[in-house]
Ligand binder design. Structure first.
Ligand SMILES: Cc1cc2nc3c(=O)[nH]c(=O)nc-3n(C[C@H](O)[C@H](O)[C@H](O)COP(=O)(O)OP(=O)(O)OC[C@H]3O[C@@H](n4cnc5c(N)ncnc54)[C@H](O)[C@@H]3O)c2cc1C
Length: 414
């Protein structure tokens, strides 16, 4: 079936209907409701924010890390007022009013209902993006997985980081050997463990909030967990210092002309991950969680053959420099993402053809978030880190990105 976008000319296209794509669209539509006639949001999923919902549910995340003021609309107090209206203020956790995941999701649900009336969201997996420089007012051509195509005047990439999962090199071979039992966290769903009678033993690799949340969720389901991190475990409320939302740090960042240095600043400020105080407390209190910081896994072998004959469930033996962990049913790699825009297949040809410059996988976009030298191609989310700084991939990064994009988008609508 043809997409309703097929053969049309769309002034503004947002690729990605996640937190960033939706936040930008809502902000634009609140300012200019008639923009709906000129806007399309594309996503491979049938509904907006699917990816966000999957990720939080699959980990068993119960509260957001960020305060209630960061969400998908421009009203800072939107979630707080929603909680008051629905008698749900108990779902705003101290000390920073972090909303429960369910409250955040229900609030987003209302906002998505507002967006639905504009009919701007389309299930459309972009498999190719072309820019025909000088080809009239609509130089971008987008092609979907089903072969539908349309043209656009401006494209905003809000594609998240999912195509860039990171598996540390030492795990690649083991994962190839035991693909069903060594999984990246993005492939694992803690809810699949619900209702299982037998207790299992998990090894979780990583020292960030995903590792901590998964460990807590599995321990609550009565499984035993060993959390292995190569560095000391750090406890922090936020995943970047909040100064990065203020004008002073951002102005200093903008003054840095060496983009390699900007990249290093981002790395220093985001670090290798940390765990929030409430989750850390839960991990320390749980009797079925062992924590091995500053530990390296040296070997993973299957003990399947010997034990199967005795009727025991096949398992892994995980050897570390600290201890051997026997009878492991699964190893979950909560090792995050390593962003590299070149890994997005639909952009590969465009990047090569127009020589978009990169620093460590991030495009060197200009201050308007344009992927120079391609005109009117913009980025929001992790893509825009070299301009927006360490907060770029977070929820708050979407409002920072909109401030930069706003003028260009309004110009296109005029
Ligand atoms: C479990 C978890 C909890 C988090 N908690 C917080 C928090 O509390 N506070 C905070 O500030 N941040 C948090 N983050 C970080 C960040 O805010 C989220 O990851 C957020 O979802 C990023 O939004 P995004 O729009 O950039 O990416 P996504 O939400 O991943 O959206 C990208 C979208 O692009 C689509 N897409 C990609 N390629 C294509 C294509 N070729 N064609 C069509 N569609 C495509 C995908 O389907 C996806 O829907 C959390 C992240 C995770 C994983």
């Amino acid at each position: 079936m043809n997409s309703p976008l097929a053969h049309r000319n769309i002034p503004i296209t947002i690729i990605g209907g996640g937190i960033h794509g939706i936040s930008i669209a809502i902000r634009l539509l609140r300012e200019v409701p008639t923009a709906a006639r000129y806007l399309a949001i594309l996503d491979r999923h049938p509904h907006p924010l699917t990816q966000w919902r999957h990720k939080t549910e699959r980990q068993g995340m119960t509260f957001l890390r960020s305060p209630a003021v960061h969400h998908i609309t421009p009203d800072a107090l939107g979630i707080v007022e929603y909680a008051e209206l629905h008698n749900r203020t108990s779902e705003l956790a101290p000390p920073y009013s972090q909303p429960s995941t369910q409250l955040f999701w229900d609030f987003c649900g209302d906002m998505l209902a507002e967006l639905a009336q504009y009919r701007v969201y389309h299930q459309f997996e972009a498999t190719k993006l072309q820019w025909d420089k000088g080809a009239g007012k609509f130089p971008f051509r987008l092609i979907s997985k089903d072969g539908d195509g349309f043209r656009s005047r401006c494209v905003i990439l809000a594609v998240g980081t999912d195509d860039c999962i990171y598996v540390p090199p030492e795990f690649v071979q083991w994962q190839r050997q035991y693909p069903d039992r060594i999984l990246h966290a993005s492939e694992f769903n803690v809810e699949d463990q619900d209702g299982r009678d037998s207790e299992e033993s998990f090894v979780i690799v990583g020292g960030g909030l995903t590792a901590g949340t998964l460990a807590k969720s599995l321990s609550e389901r009565r499984h035993s967990v060993t959390l292995i991190a190569r560095n000391p475990l750090k406890t922090e409320q936020f995943d970047f210092p909040p100064v990065w939302l203020g004008p002073k740090a951002l102005a200093e960042f903008a003054d840095e002309t060496d983009f390699q240095r900007r990249y290093e600043v981002i790395q220093q400020n985001r670090g290798e991950g940390s765990i929030t105080p409430d989750i850390m407390e839960a991990l320390m209190d749980a009797t079925n969680i062992k924590m091995y910081p500053e530990t390296r896994i040296q070997k993973i072998v299957s003990v399947e053959e010997g034990s199967c004959r005795g009727g025991v469930t096949p398992s892994l033996l995980v050897s570390t420099n600290r201890a051997d962990i026997p009878n492991v049913s699964r190893v979950i790699l909560a090792t995050g993402y390593q962003f590299n825009l070149c890994r997005y297949g639909f952009l590969r040809e465009l990047i090569a053809q127009h020589g978009i410059p990169f620093v460590c996988g991030l495009p060197r976009l200009d201050a308007d978030l344009q992927l120079y030298p391609v005109e009117n191609l913009f980025g929001s989310g992790t893509i825009a880190q070299l301009q927006i700084g360490p907060a770029s991939g977070n929820i708050a990064g979407a409002s920072l990105a909109y401030e930069r994009l706003r003028e260009k988008l309004l110009q296109i609508l005029r």
